[in-house]
Design a binder for this molecule. Structure first.
Ligand code: ADP
Ligand code: ADP
Length: 226
């Protein structure tokens, strides 16, 4: 069965816009799954629902067949879902290490001193081959580096399913190549990745399956490498 399933998802925003209509979406464990469709198709809304940022008006979600309810991003993080936003949720005046542990203390009950934050950053950086300098301030990082920090932040919080919202839109071609290598490594390590993209070349390069959305509906799910 699927690792994660969304069934019959409907989202009507308070202003009356119907962003998702009876959407079915499923993820297999260990796949890189592209989510494609024109602007306004409903991709971001569906992913916000999956990360607990928006509540669906109707529909159900299942993790390994078990019904789940996501009332907040923290609920999503708690069950191993991580989000890499297009506009990074990092504090520019803080170091990478500080950003890495920020907000984790109340949840884990662990108090991180600076050395501990640096150690954790180095540990995950080495484990996932995502090279970042823990002591640099985020404001001094390139966009590609900031993205690596966001990916690491999700991994440090235990993400097994990683959602990336048009991650290449802000990257140089060289940074894009690096990101694809990193995503392939995450896949090999058993992670499941949702990759929002409408660039055919990118989808063909790294994705296993693709779900196409149009007008708030899923048009179909296809194998990419078949
Ligand atoms: P995509 O990510 O595919 O571009 P979105 O999910 O962002 O699609 O948008 C789907 C539809 O929902 C669009 O018509 C968009 O204008 C609308 N929409 C998105 N967010 C909101 C919101 N917070 N309030 C009202 N309408 C929204
Ligand atoms: P709040 O409780 O402040 O309203 P949310 O419920 O939106 O915040 O989020 C709960 C927790 O998830 C917060 O600690 C927030 O920092 C964290 N969070 C939100 N988005 C992300 C993200 N993309 N990656 C990691 N943590 C996030």
């Amino acid at each position: 069965g699927a690792l994660l399933e969304m069934r019959g998802v409907m989202k009507v925003y308070p202003n009356g816009v119907v962003a998702n209509r009876n959407v079915n979406f499923s993820l297999n464990e260990g796949e890189i799954h592209a989510l494609a469709g024109e602007n306004g198709a409903g991709k971001s809304t569906l992913m916000k629902i999956l990360f607990g940022m928006e509540e669906p008006s109707e529909g159900e979600m299942f993790l390994r067949g078990k019904a789940i309810r996501l009332g907040s991003p923290q609920d999503a993080i708690d069950i191993g879902i991580g989000m890499v936003h297009q506009h990074f949720m990092l504090i520019p005046s803080f170091t990478v290490a500080e950003n890495m542990v920020l907000g984790m203390e109340p949840r884990t009950g662990v108090s991180f001193n600076y050395n501990e934050a640096v150690r954790i950053t180095k540990e995950y950086s080495a484990k996932y081959n995502l090279a970042v300098d823990p002591e640099l301030k985020v404001r001094d990082l390139s966009v590609g580096m900031k993205q690596k920090v966001e990916i690491l932040k999700a991994l440090v919080r235990g993400a097994k399913i990683l959602i990336l919202d048009e991650p290449t839109a802000v990257l140089t071609p060289q940074e894009t190549i690096e990101l694809f290598q990193e995503l392939k490594q995450l896949k090999e390590a058993g992670h499941t990745i949702v990759f929002i993209s409408h660039k055919l070349k990118e989808v063909k390069a790294i994705c296993d399956r693709i779900t196409i959305m149009r007008g708030g509906r899923t048009e179909g799910v296809f194998g990419v490498q078949d």
